[in-house]
Ligand binder design. Structure first.
Ligand SMILES: [Zn+2]
Length: 81
């Protein structure tokens, strides 16, 4: 095998591993993009209504999970999807 042939083979091997590395990076970026999309959805406001007086408020999941979300008349608000 000539030196040039050997060099070409090494080069194509290098390119293959570069491509594989880029694929891994792309996969990572896709996952991160998906993650931030999911994150955005979880910060969506949830409509909460008092079953007694109809008082309505829109709050995030975080505060809904914290609990004790009540209307001015003291009833617990019910989340609506
Ligand atoms: Zn109420």
């Amino acid at each position: 095998m000539s030196t040039i042939e050997t060099l070409r083979k090494q080069e194509s091997k290098q390119l293959m591993s570069d491509a594989r590395r880029l694929e891994t990076v792309a996969k990572h970026l896709r996952q991160q993009a998906n993650f931030s999309l999911t994150k955005k959805q979880s910060t969506r406001l949830i409509k909460c209504v008092c079953p007694e007086c109809g008082y309505t408020a829109r709050i995030t999941h975080i505060w809904l999970d914290t609990g004790n979300v009540t209307c001015p008349c003291g009833h617990e608000l019910k989340a609506q999807q």
